[in-house]
Design a protein around this ligand. Structure first.
Ligand SMILES: [Zn+2]
Length: 87
């Protein structure tokens, strides 16, 4: 984690997938997980502190299992909303 100036602002989802390391550099430590089940709409926020920096956020999606409907595979995004709160 060498401080190399200010990280660029997070943009919309274009280009290279964001990694957990990128996410943390932006002050986000949680991911938001959205179930892809049509009638489900379950969502959850997960702490990914235990996962290594090089993991790409989208690769987590297929591993997620919905606790509401049991569907495997979800949409995973950095949880900007909560993570960006500072002090
Ligand atoms: Zn679900």
């Amino acid at each position: 984690m060498a401080g190399e100036g200010t990280p660029p602002r997070p943009r919309r989802y274009i280009g290279r997938p964001m990694t957990l390391g990128n996410m943390r550099q932006n002050g986000v430590r949680l991911i938001a997980v959205y179930c892809l089940g049509r009638r489900c709409d379950h969502q959850a926020v997960l702490d990914v502190n235990h996962l290594p920096d090089e993991i790409e956020v989208p690769t987590l999606g297929p591993r997620m299992v919905c606790t509401a409907c049991g569907l495997i595979g979800a949409d995973v995004r950095p949880d900007w909303g909560d993570g960006r709160r500072s002090s």
